[in-house]
Design a protein around this ligand. Structure first.
Ligand code: ADP
Ligand code: MG
Ligand code: MG
Length: 219
């Protein structure tokens, strides 16, 4: 992953949040407060507007800046959670970058194994802040299987696009698997058993984020 790919990824996320805003809000209206689409849209629109003027010179800096913007622009649970995910991801990626592996666009570039490590740091950031475990019906239920699939692919020698495609498939599967779960974290947990039978909004936005990475890396 180089700086251009990191920038293209967050732009693709912004486009996906625009396209799927109503769907995310609809999901959040069933088990939350009907603002997840607006939250994600507002956050990534701010990122998409700010990044072209930003002088972030490494992929890690782009993603860390994305996280900081999400924290400052998005309220609710998802702003700080995604904010800390992107900040942790970016910081880890900067620490792992491989000097001299620059692509045609310049800057430094991280390989699939470094990206896997950075994604693990991102997930750890969400866990640290939200204290949710797999099965609690949150974004973790998409993020954790996505990371596992990404890492398994990367270790087997897949390139970034292949690893990201495997991660996106796993995230979508994890997202669908939240439907029968009873929420144990976040607003949806207030509903108790009535949260069963609805797909989690945050797991859905996480799947969009991984699909955006797969699409960007394949382009
Ligand atoms: P809010 O619930 O504050 O309105 P959003 O609607 O934007 O915030 O985001 C809700 C999503 O945040 C949930 O669908 C869930 O995936 C995620 N979420 C909530 N609490 C947690 C937590 N403690 N850990 C991980 N994810 C969480
Ligand atoms: Mg909400
Ligand atoms: Mg809210």
């Amino acid at each position: 992953m180089d700086t251009a790919l990191a920038r293209a990824w967050v732009q693709a996320i912004a486009a996906a949040m625009d396209t799927h805003q109503d769907r995310l809000t609809q999901l959040d209206s069933a088990i939350g407060d009907a603002d997840h689409g607006a939250n994600m849209h507002r956050g990534f629109a701010a990122v998409a507007a700010a990044l072209p003027q930003d002088d972030a010179a490494t992929p890690g800096a782009v993603l860390a800046r994305t996280g900081s913007l999400l924290i400052s622009v998005v309220g609710g649970a998802s702003g700080p959670l995604y904010g800390s995910a992107f900040r942790s991801l970016g910081t880890a990626l900067d620490a792992a970058e491989v000097p001299g592996a620059a692509g045609p666009t310049g800057g430094t570039a991280a390989g699939p194994e470094q990206v896997a490590g950075a994604l693990a740091a991102g997930l750890a950031g969400v866990r640290r802040l939200g204290a949710a475990a797999e099965g609690d019906k949150t974004m973790i239920d998409a993020f954790a299987p996505a990371l596992m699939a990404f890492r398994t692919s990367a270790e087997a020698g897949a390139d970034l696009a292949q690893a990201a495609a495997a991660a996106a498939d796993a995230a979508e599967q994890g997202m669908r698997a939240t439907t029968p779960m009873q929420a144990r974290k976040g607003r949806a947990s207030y509903l108790g058993a009535r949260s069963v039978g609805h797909q989690d909004p945050g797991a859905t936005s996480t799947a969009l984020i991984f699909r955006a990475l797969a699409d960007t890396a394949a382009a």
